[in-house]
Ligand binder design. Structure first.
Ligand code: AQP
Length: 332
């Protein structure tokens, strides 16, 4: 059976882009792939400036949100990346076979570094650590959003290069598993929903907070007056309907938009109903975990133990192949 691995940064709250693009898939895959490995990639969250106290709170918040979203620690291993040191060990090994040019070509690196005066090397090396995260578990399926496809190509190249260099078929070539909502746009309608752009709806926000964000959210720019017919296919709010509303509602919404039967506010109110239905149980589970924090800590400890078992086995085999295992007197 395919081994599933994925990770998420604790660089802010879990938002509906992360949820619809990746985490909802993580939860659903548990039914068919028990033993999936899900990681809060805290080493990835320190490549820019950050406040340790804030990071501490966010690591906790992310672990709790993932459990609230439906990650079941009985079915999956959920853990903090920094609790399994083999991630950074394998990452160093992979830096030795990764061409610098391949890293400099990564779109996310180019976007983020273009806004910086002094670029931390960690930002450039980020996809190498990401390859190590995945290949440490010899995972062959990675549920992610569309923005991660390029990084996954690099992980496949890394697996291929390492296997070829040492003449073994050891690492599989991991492939992305995308959801239908592979790229959720931000509420400004301009760019991907993203923590650093501040255009998100948090997974745990209250109904009122969600509504305050939905109200001014950008819709079809050509629909200026209520009497103008709209184009659901270019409307960001309709894309969210596709994720949160049942099919019959989606069809009704599209028809009302095209015929100018509804205004955008009507459409947003119906979207809110769908969101409340899906997100309220998640918020309730999060509140229950706040009241019983030991459940989060226990899940992380169990997850790290399970992950470390696999990670140590992989590293042992990698060292053996690379001539880095126990020192022995050369023979012959
Ligand atoms: N807008 C999105 N639509 C679909 N999927 C998304 N993902 C993130 N944003 C969207 C997916 O969520 C998973 C975890 O994301 P992450 O936090 O590890 O990565 P990220 O892309 O850095 O998240 P952000 O919010 O976009 O953070 P910043 O602002 O730091 O860049 C991944 O599978 C990702 O594809």
């Amino acid at each position: 059976m395919a081994r599933i691995f994925s990770g998420i940064q604790p660089s802010g709250e879990l938002h509906i882009g992360n949820y619809l693009g990746a985490v909802k898939n993580w939860v659903q895959l548990q039914a068919t792939h028990p033993g999936a490995i899900y990681c809060v990639v805290d080493y990835h969250a320190i490549t820019g400036a950050y406040d340790p106290a804030v990071l501490r709170a966010r690591r906790w918040g992310m672990a709790k949100s993932l459990l609230a979203a439906g990650i079941d620690p009985v079915l999956s291993a959920l853990f903090m990346q920094s609790d399994v040191p083999e991630h950074t060990e394998l990452s160093w090994i992979f830096t030795t076979i990764t061409p610098l040019g391949d890293l400099e070509r990564q779109t996310q690196f180019k976007d983020k570094s273009s806004k910086m005066e002094s670029i931390p090397a960690g930002l450039l090396m980020y996809p190498v650590l990401q390859s190590a995260d995945i290949l440490l578990y010899r995972a062959d399926r990675v549920p992610v959003g569309e923005d991660q496809i390029q990084h996954l190509e690099l992980a496949r190249d890394t697996a291929r290069k390492w296997n070829a260099k040492f003449g073994v078929e050891y690492f599989p070539e991991p492939k992305p598993l995308l959801t239908p909502a592979r790229r959720i746009m931000g509420l400004d309608g301009n760019a991907k929903m993203s923590k650093s752009l501040g255009n998100t709806i948090g997974l745990l926000e209250s109904d009122e907070e969600i509504w305050q964000k939905l109200r001014p959210a950008v819709t079809d720019p050509q629909r200026v007056r209520k009497s103008d017919p709209g184009r659901p296919d270019v409307c960001n709010i309709y894309q969210l309907h596709k994720a949160f509303s049942v099919e019959s509602t989606q069809e009704h919404v599209a028809e009302q938009c095209r015929t100018a039967g509804w205004g955008c506010m009507d459409c947003k109110k119906v979207l809110l109903e769908g969101m409340v239905q899906e997100l309220t149980p998640i918020r309730r589970r999060s509140e229950a975990l706040d009241a019983e924090p030991a459940r989060v800590l226990d899940a992380l400890a169990d997850g790290a133990r399970a992950a470390r078992g696999i990670a140590q086995e992989t590293l042992g085999e990698v060292r053996e192949v690379m001539g880095l295992n126990a020192v022995a007197v050369p023979t012959g």
